[in-house]
Write a new protein. Structure first.
Ligand code: URA
Length: 312
């Protein structure tokens, strides 16, 4: 019988790292307790499994199996849907290595699209983003394709995944109210999308690789939509599209010139772009609505000025 001390610590650490990478890939990306629960341990107390002792500072447990009304960003992990295949550790490594090729194929596919409908079809047919495996629907866009304003959020949540439309949960309702406050609506003036087209498991932030493979489609989306004004909802959207590292608190309320790489190459005019607090953040921190209101007024002013310029 081999002695446990014979084991190579490096090999054990490698196995642990691979197991952890597999869990993160599968969506178990947040620690929710200090001590693990051994759900495979034999029942010792008439059926109940041995569970970790409650932590003194742990939040009260919610009703079992009930999802929050709108899973806001970075809530607890959700179980993998039954239809999604389990991922082997090797899959994650292969995926990382092939990200460059996948981005190139996404760019090719995106460039071929000449209309928003063709782009929607190209995104739906694209299998290069791992998020698609665990999502129910592709969430492409909602709102007015001819609207002057284009808003870009982070990623679909559970309700968006169910309906296949962006911003239809609680934060979407607040977004509609914010638009209405400056006399705009998604039916006639605003067009809404996200930086990734599929819901990340557990509502985690999309990874750099997931964002990178969706980006060529997003850039083509902006080119085809050709809005007067762009609004980046929340830090991840603003950081991704502006290639900046500052937080949303520093970036919000400022105007930036946005151009995709193809617009730069073609010498196209930049689109005025403003980062805005994400509505999900405003739901959690209503005191920041004052700043958001100021930013919304600036967005409305810019839209009016551009419309007046066009008419003159
Ligand atoms: N949050 C987002 O960033 N996008 C959605 O579509 C919904 C919530």
């Amino acid at each position: 019988m081999p002695d446990r001390t014979d084991r190579q610590p490096a090999a054990a650490a490698g196995a642990l790292r691979r197991a952890l990478a597999w869990q993160v890939e599968a969506g178990a990306d947040e620690a929710i307790g200090e001590r693990p629960v051994d759900r495979l341990a034999p029942a010792t107390d008439g059926g109940a499994r041995r569970a970790a002792a409650p932590q003194p500072d742990a939040p009260p447990a919610g009703p079992p199996g009930r999802a929050p009304a709108e899973p806001q960003h970075r809530t607890g992990p959700v179980p993998r849907p039954a239809h999604a295949p389990a991922l082997e550790p090797a899959t994650a490594a292969v995926r990382l290595e092939s990200t460059g090729e996948t981005v190139a194929s996404a760019r090719e596919s995106a460039r071929r699209a000449e209309t928003l409908d063709a782009l929607r079809d190209a995104v739906a047919a694209f299998d290069g983003c791992g998020l698609k495996k665990t999502a129910m629907n592709t969430v492409f866009a909602d709102g007015a394709p001819g609207g002057r304003l284009m808003l870009i959020g982070e990623a679909p949540g559970a309700e968006e995944d169910r309906q296949g439309k962006p911003f239809v949960g609680a934060s979407g309702q607040l977004l509609d109210k914010m638009l209405a406050a400056i006399g705009l609506s998604r039916e006639t003036d605003a067009y809404i999308t996200n930086i990734v087209f599929w819901r990340p498991p557990g509502n985690r932030e999309p990874s750099a690789a997931e964002t990178a493979v969706c980006r060529p489609f997003l850039e083509r989306h902006i080119e085809l939509k050709n809005p007067d004004v762009l609004v980046f909802l929340g830090g991840p959207s603003a950081k991704t599209l502006l290639n900046r590292t500052e937080g949303i608190t520093r970036m919000r309320g400022r105007w930036f010139d946005y151009r995709t790489p193809d617009m730069i190459e073609a010498g196209g005019d930049p689109v005025p772009a403003m980062p805005l607090f994400h509505p999900a953040y405003l739901l959690r921190s209503p005191l920041n609505k004052r700043e958001a209101w100021r930013d919304l007024l600036a967005i409305r002013e810019r839209l009016d000025a551009l419309a007046a310029e066009r008419e003159s």
